[in-house]
Design a protein around this ligand. Structure first.
Ligand code: GTP
Ligand code: SPV
Ligand code: MN
Length: 599
């Protein structure tokens, strides 16, 4: 934005915190934004309880939040978004780099000047009569060298309340920003919530984000997908690290050893569930424990010993509500009993939050739109309804999640929703093959983004909607980690979603996924058997513990088998996909595809 000096004379009431910062660059930017958007007041967020209480009171008064049953869900609220604003909007999300090629065919692109002009026209005067909130935040532990800071300016108090849970927000973040002098600039306004006046634009070369017209999740909480993935992936490429759409968990065996695993699954494909896994009874009794580090985003970089060290840049969970139950994810359910913001769920007669698959014996009376619940009109909770909760409320949250050095990663897992073809688990033979396994990932689309659901699309490393630069360069970057002295994790692929001829899932999933993780860790330690196939190593018969579960012959064949003809067709399609990126696609990856394509 090019605000003139004259514009800067614009004045608004300033409230909150110190009412400014010690960093002239930040003060100038806030003044420029105020001059453009013309808010009635500017509020510098300090992240305090008092500030949160005042904001909550404001949102209760204007209907942004509804108080839920204080006895069953203390300190918890329901927010109903605009019914046309319930998910990320990938067709309205842009990466604005100087050269079109740098954004790649995987992104919508606009020239930076054009993007700024388009956005600034929307922002012009958009905050009149509203308060503009200035949110300093830190992605990652406040004292970690791997963490990065940003400032989000927004006119949505709902965004402030969510950012307070999802990031380390307020005074400590501002202090770090003042010390470092650099920060990602995120400008957000809900605008008119008009889908025809909605854009999410990224200017990675300027560490800048502009988002207009949506109040929802990944469109509006700019620390999350916009900063921690799109901008951060771009930074990570030039600085030698990785910003990934991955959960991080620790698996403690009965001997007390903990191995950390990072796993990339596309949106609504099981990251939160795996991150909070509760071991099956037999494992629990034997002393296995699972520790949650993060459920959505992972920043990793090589440590002095050559291993990859990972932090979770987030401080909370923005999780999918439907399907969350005591049986599927007891840790998530325990986390959200208090101090939680629910978005677009239904409510019961006694004002408790409700969603499909909650399975607690209750029934909804009001749907997510605020209308009387009528099953003929669709589900009570929107399929992409969410809870926002502090990670500290999760019973399995690991103390290591706060470690500034991060945790060493033993295995990287890629996975998608594949009803057919893809077996339960296989292991890549080396790093290059692992990068191809990630690059070739496919998954059926979900309700996390607007558009058709259940359509198979390529979603490399679960980053299709989130990589801030050309996928061809991204794969080169991944390949570059294989160098002298590196102690890289093993790479695996999983599919919890394989279906039988009757259309039902063949694998029990959830807690039983620990069986698959156990096999991976045994492979890392060189202790489990596998069968080599062209697509990778599959568990040998008996190598993956199936005690206590029954799988019929169809399930065993499909979960642990390798269908040569079908994979030949898949590899032909992977080859075509890599070719879409032209000569920028690394030759090493094309060679790897060719090596396997003949099967
Ligand atoms: P985002 O927050 O959108 O990135 O999603 P996520 O990857 O964290 O997905 P989440 O764990 O919330 O799971 C989404 C849906 O998948 C829920 O309805 C879960 O019940 C379902 N799911 C998760 N794990 C499994 C599994 O092992 N098997 C089956 N069948 N379903 C699962
Ligand atoms: C996802 O869609 O991958 C999410 C939710 O985690 S959002 O924050 O909206 O991106
Ligand atoms: Mn996600």
């Amino acid at each position: 934005m090019n605000a003139s000096t004259q514009d800067l004379s614009f004045s608004a009431t300033v409230e909150g915190g110190a009412g400014g910062s010690r960093l002239p660059a930040l003060n100038d930017w806030v003044a420029q934004v105020a001059a453009l958007t013309r808010p009635a007041a500017i509020h510098w967020c300090d992240g305090s309880d008092a500030e949160n209480e005042a904001l909550t009171a404001r949102m209760l008064a204007d209907g942004t939040l509804h108080k839920l049953n204080e006895e069953t869900h203390p300190g918890s609220y329901l927010h109903r978004s605009h019914p046309d604003d319930v998910a990320r909007v990938e067709h309205l999300t842009f990466v604005c780099t100087t050269h079109h090629e740098d954004a790649g065919p995987n992104n919508n692109w606009m020239a930076p000047e054009e993007g700024h002009a388009e956005m600034d026209a929307l922002f012009d005067g958009c905050m009149q009569g509203r308060t503009m909130y200035v949110i300093p935040y830190c992605m990652g532990p406040i004292d970690s060298p791997l963490s990065r800071c940003g400032v989000e300016i927004t006119d949505s108090p709902y965004v402030v309340a969510n950012m307070r849970i999802m990031t380390r927000m307020g005074a400590p973040a501002l202090a770090r920003i003042e010390r470092e002098g650099t920060f990602v600039k995120g400008l957000h306004s809900i605008g008119e919530l008009d889908p025809n006046r909605r854009f999410i634009m990224h200017f990675p070369e300027e560490l800048t984000i502009k988002s207009y017209g949506s109040g929802y999740g990944g469109n509006a909480l700019l620390g999350k997908k916009c900063h921690a993935l799109r901008i951060a992936s771009h930074q990570a490429k030039s600085e030698g690290w990785l910003a990934e759409h991955m959960l991080i968990l620790g698996i403690e065996n009965p001997q007390g050893e903990t191995h950390y695993v990072a796993a990339a699954f596309p949106s609504a494909c099981g990251k939160t569930n795996l991150a909070m896994l509760i071991p099956p009874e037999g494992y629990r009794n034997a002393g296995w424990k699972v520790w949650t580090i993060g459920d959505d985003i992972c920043w990793m970089r090589p440590g002095a010993d050559g291993r990859l060290y990972a932090i979770n840049p987030e401080a909370g969970f923005f999780g999918v509500a439907p399907g969350t139950s005591r049986n599927s994810n007891a840790n998530a359910l325990a986390s959200i009993q208090s101090s939680t913001i629910f978005t677009n769920v239904g409510v019961t007669a006694d004002n408790q939050p409700w969603w499909e698959g909650l399975e607690n014996g209750q029934t909804p009376v009001i749907d997510w739109r605020g209308n009387p619940y009528d099953p003929a009109k669709g589900p009570a909770a929107h399929p992409n309804s969410r809870f926002t909760v502090s990670a500290k409320q999760c019973p399995s949250y690991s103390p290591m999640a706060e470690d500034p050095q991060g945790v060493p990663i033993s295995a990287i897992v890629f996975g998608g929703r594949r009803a057919s073809l893809v077996p339960l688990v296989f292991e890549a033979r080396d790093w290059t093959h692992g990068v191809l396994v990630g690059a070739a990932m496919g998954s059926e689309t979900t309700a996390a983004a607007t558009g058709a659901v259940g359509v198979m699309r390529r979603d490399p490393m679960a980053m299709k909607p989130f990589c801030g630069y050309n996928f061809a360069d991204y794969f080169s970057h991944w390949l570059s980690f294989d160098k002298e002295g590196a102690q890289l994790p093993k790479v695996f692929h999983v599919n919890w979603f394989r279906k039988g001829d009757n259309g039902k899932f063949l694998w029990p999933g959830f807690g039983d996924n620990l069986r698959v993780l156990e096999w991976m860790i045994q492979r890392v330690k060189g202790e489990a058997d596998a069968v080599e196939t062209p697509i990778g190593a599959l568990p040998a018969e008996g190598a993956l513990n199936l005690d206590g579960i029954t799988l019929d012959e169809e399930a065993k064949a499909k979960l642990f088998g390798f269908d040569r003809a079908a994979w030949e067709a898949e590899f032909a399609s992977i080859g075509e996909y890599l070719d879409e990126y032209g000569p920028r696609m690394p030759q090493a990856l094309k060679d790897e595809q060719q090596r396997i394509a003949g099967l």
